[in-house]
Design a protein around this ligand. Structure first.
Ligand code: KMT
Ligand code: NI
Length: 193
C-alpha cells in the first residue's frame, strides 16, 4: 500500500507539498480499507504502455496480473493520461480543477504507470487523508467518496484510467449530500453497523 497520512486542518495553501502534520500522523491500511479503498501493486516497469493513446484498448494489456484484475472486476475501458505541463493543455487550470473536492457516481480506478501524485480522501471524521501514489500502484476509490487529486512537486504523473462500461468522469462538487451515490456511500461505509 502507498504511504498515507493525515493532513493539517484548515485550508491547503500548497497543494503539491506533502502537507503532513507536525509530528506526522500515519494512516493505516486498515483505515483506508474501511473507507472502501482497494489497492494492488503491479509491475508498471515491465510493460510498455502507449504514451497518449485515447482510448486505449484494454485487451492490449500484456501484464497477466492486470488482465486478470480487469476481467474479475469488469473493467472494460482504459485510456492513459499524462499530467505534465508539456502534454496536458491548460495544465495549471486542470491541476486546480482536479483538486476541487468531489464525488463520482461510479468507482474511480487509477493505475499509476509513472511519476507520482496525491489522492486525498475524507476519512470517517471528515479529515483529509493524503495518499502518495507512485508507479505500480493500482487504486480504486469507491463511488460517492469525497476526494481530490493533485500532482506532487515533480509535476508529472502517467496513469491508466479504467472504467466499467462507457467512461463518465463527471465530478459532483461538495456539497452533494443528497446525491444518490453519496447517500449510498454514507450508508455503506460511514454509518455505524
Ligand atoms: C483525476 O481523477 O483527478 C484524474 O484523472 C487526474 C489524473 S489521474 C492520476
Ligand atoms: Ni475524482
Amino acid at each position: 500500500w502507498p504511504e498515507a497520512w493525515l493532513m493539517p486542518d484548515g485550508e491547503c495553501s500548497d497543494q503539491k507539498g506533502l502537507n503532513q502534520r507536525e509530528p506526522n500522523v500515519a494512516v493505516t491500511v486498515e483505515e483506508l480499507k474501511d473507507l472502501g479503498i482497494c489497492y494492488w501493486k503491479l509491475d508498471a516497469t515491465a510493460y510498455e504502455y502507449p504514451a497518449l493513446a485515447v482510448p486505449w484498448n484494454p485487451s492490449d494489456a500484456v501484464d497477466p496480473k492486470l488482465s486478470q484484475l480487469r476481467d474479475e472486476r469488469g473493467y472494460s475501458y482504459a485510456d492513459i493520461i499524462t499530467v505534465h505541463p508539456d502534454t496536458l493543455p491548460e495544465y495549471d487550470t486542470k491541476v486546480k480543477a482536479f483538486f476541487e473536492e468531489h464525488i463520482h457516481d461510479a468507482e474511480e480506478i487509477r493505475y499509476i504507470l509513472g511519476g507520482s501524485g496525491f489522492f486525498d480522501v475524507r476519512n470517517k471524521s471528515d479529515q483529509w487523508v493524503r495518499i502518495h501514489v507512485k508507479a505500480g500502484d493500482l487504486m480504486t476509490l469507491p463511488e460517492g467518496i469525497y476526494h481530490r487529486f493533485t500532482v506532487d512537486e515533480n509535476d508529472r504523473i502517467h496513469a491508466m484510467r479504467l472504467f466499467i462500461g462507457q467512461p463518465v468522469w463527471t465530478p459532483f462538487n461538495r456539497p452533494c449530500e443528497e446525491h444518490e451515490s453519496r447517500v449510498k456511500y454514507i450508508r455503506e461505509y460511514l454509518e455505524e453497523k
